[in-house]
Ligand binder design. Structure first.
Ligand code: DQA
Length: 137
């Protein structure tokens, strides 16, 4: 299976950024470990801080890949355009968050991704990505 892990804004700073919330591992380190663990899966990773680039990537994979595991960061709570992009593609998308967004500020309780996603996984640290991957497999 071909699965894209797509990370949005500020997730390139994982490991350094608010470590009490997001942990001390970089995403690259985590990605290497799951690539090894799921060696028979074609796992692709892309990160961008730019909204349009995330949309372009969704369009690029959205008619050929088997799944997208998407942490849109703060765009989750603001981006109608990303919500529309997910609606427009065929590949199912699972929304993931490292933190439990529902236990945090009210503005993080809103998601423009969730209504168009296959499901949502939040609050399990980096393991959220793996739980989503298991569900696609
Ligand atoms: C996040 C939660 C968002 O509210 C926040 O803006 C992020 C990370 C998470 O993975 O917990 O950047 O998506």
């Amino acid at each position: 299976k071909k699965i894209l892990i797509l990370n949005g804004p500020n997730l390139n700073l994982l490991g350094k950024r608010e470590p009490t919330i997001y942990g001390t591992l970089t995403f690259e380190e985590y990605f290497e470990s799951i690539k090894k663990k799921y060696a028979d899966v074609e796992l692709v990773y892309y990160q961008s801080n730019v909204e349009g680039e995330l949309i372009n990537k969704l369009h690029e994979v959205g008619f050929s890949f088997d799944g997208v595991i998407f942490n849109a960061g703060a765009y989750t709570h603001t981006s109608v355009a990303i919500g529309d992009a997910i609606k427009g593609i065929e590949t199912p998308v699972i929304e993931v968050h490292i933190s439990n967004v529902h236990a945090r500020e009210e503005f993080r309780h809103v998601s423009y991704i969730a209504p168009n996603a296959k499901g949502v996984i939040a609050g399990f640290g980096l393991q959220s990505y793996e739980l989503a991957l298991e569900s696609f497999l």
